[in-house]
Design a protein around this ligand. Sequence first.
Ligand SMILES: Nc1ncnc2c1ncn2[C@@H]1O[C@H](COP(=O)(O)OP(=O)(O)OP(=O)(O)O)[C@@H](O)[C@H]1O
Length: 280
Amino acid sequence: MASNSGINEDKQIQWLENGIVENYINYYDYNEFKDFQCIGSGGFSKVYRATLKNSDTVIALKCIKNNNLFIKEIVNEIKLLQKVNLHVNIIKFFGITKKKNNEDTNYLLILEYADSGTLGEFLKNNFSRLDWNMKLQFAIQIADAVSCLHENDIIHCDLHSDNILVHQNMLKLADFGHSHRLAEVSTQKDIVGVLPYIDPQFFQTQTSNNKSYCYKPNKKSDIYSIGVLLWEISSGYKPFKSYNSYQRNKLLLEILDGKRETPIPNTPIDYINIYTSINV
Ligand SMILES: Nc1ncnc2c1ncn2[C@@H]1O[C@H](COP(=O)(O)OP(=O)(O)OP(=O)(O)O)[C@@H](O)[C@H]1O
């Protein structure tokens, strides 16, 4: 007898296959692409740069490492990306392709290609040439992209500088694997994300209740992460970069105790006000 999770996986795969047949998802044959080059990897995917044959069109292919384990995340990411596909600061979703792997079939998301890597890498390599006008543009672009999500009642839930890509000096929000529609949000048992960017309320509720976790991610949790990103854009550094992974608990306790990164000298006061404002 199939397990519940097996039934759920089958349903998700069915949704993808129906999407291809009924044309609510664009499908491209894998053989239509060439010049594959691995450009990154994350918790559940490997990402390739490739070119559409007989054209100069460059795209990114996000190949899910283990379809069966992550099929829910793939379907989730596709559904959400399709809702916000028109925004210039959100990575575009073009469709899917499939690759046969012995007995298995791997699904790959076809995405807009960002030519300058993640925002984190970009700041590391280019910070000295960024003027305030550019930093401000970056801040506005992140706020615009997240505002578009929120208008569609979607929350990203995993905002950090490696989930924002840079293309032609413009920011593109990416990686919707942990995002949710607000109506479908439940209380989080597992906290996802990168510690310095996570709304501390996730942890506060957990420790004060002395029982299972009961904080629901919401729009304000994304806005906390935007505040941290604005600081990062103004400094060029990852937040709390002097803490290594072994000091995670120490950092968590300090953040709960109110520790925050301090404004960088010569940052315009209006900019500081935006990311330190508590009236969100
Ligand atoms: N559209 C793209 N254009 C260029 N590079 C990309 C693109 N999408 C992803 N990448 C690169 O691949 C890396 C992994 O992508 P992504 O964060 O989407 O994977 P993931 O498996 O969902 O990661 P996570 O562990 O954060 O959930 C990114 O950090 C980036 O370097």
